[in-house]
Design a binder for this molecule. Structure first.
Ligand code: SF4
Length: 256
């Protein structure tokens, strides 16, 4: 799944840009999902006094509102982009906002100052209101989505890529950089997404549903240790898909 973001201040044409991009991606027969990042502290879909809010206040940790035409699952916490992306299985995932994600970005603005404050190494185009007046800004193509959405989506098809992890060089650095720097290098064409060597092995590790990256050497250690035990068991088949899960069972170990 390819992921990209459209970022920019409010009233710069961000949502309009996304609407047009989604419509054009659909015209090209792609499946599309989207995420809107909201910074308004008081934001909550669930309102005090509703039945679902009463469930939550009573202690329910995950509340679902199931309607005839919509199902809303209400987490009582902010999820990170990796947890959110795990719900999606689309050709493209569009993020509105989310400037900290390691994804290629389109920056919208209504003036040059807006652009200067948002553009970074991961920016591959500028759009929004200002893009109706200019064709290029500091080496980046400026494309207003209402005027030339096909041109903008051509760029998205060419540049966007699978979500990179988010590790500093001490945690991983297997590519020689941190993930943020690597994202910028991929966007500028100096590196390829496949140069991130994490998770290219056939071993994955999740702790509390969060994917933990392993350099290939560690991934091989984990795989060999698990296979040494599992291959002795009845039912083992070579090249089978093997899943091992374990964790602390609070109820089992709680003192009576
Ligand atoms: S190899 Fe991948 S996960 Fe590791 S630092 Fe580079 S981009 Fe990040």
């Amino acid at each position: 799944m390819k992921v990209f973001a459209v970022i920019g201040y409010t009233k710069t044409g961000k949502t309009t840009t996304i609407e047009e991009i989604i419509k054009e991606l659909k015209r090209r027969n792609y499946s599309v999902g989207s995420v809107k990042d909201i910074h308004f502290e008081q934001f909550k879909i669930d309102q005090e006094g509703t039945n679902t809010h009463r469930h939550m206040m009573a202690g329910s940790e995950l509340v679902t509102a199931r309607g005839l035409f919509e199902t809303d699952i209400l987490y009582q916490k902010q999820l990170d982009i990796y947890q959110i992306a795990s719900f999606y299985d689309h050709d493209f995932l569009v993020l509105e906002g989310y400037s900290e994600a390691n994804v290629p970005k389109i920056v919208t603005g209504k003036n040059f100052q807006d652009l200067d404050e948002k553009i970074d190494q991961s920016t591959f185009a500028v759009s929004g209101r200002i893009a109706a007046e200019i064709a290029e800004y500091k080496g980046l193509k400026a494309i207003n989505a209402l005027e030339n959405v096909a041109g903008l989506v051509d760029l998205i098809e060419e540049i966007s890529f699978e979500l990179l992890p988010d590790y500093d060089q001490q945690c991983c650095g297997a590519c020689g950089y941190d993930c943020r720097t690597m994202c910028g290098l991929i966007v500028s064409g100096k590196k390829k997404r496949s140069d991130c060597i994490i998770n290219q092995d056939d071993v994955s590790l999740k702790i509390n549903d969060k994917a933990i990256p392993m350099v290939p050497f560690v991934a091989r250690l984990v795989k060999n240790a698990a296979l040494a035990v599992v291959s002795e068991l009845d039912g083992y088949q070579e090249n089978a898909h093997i899943k091992i899960e374990f964790g602390y069972n609070e109820k089992k170990y709680r003192k009576k």
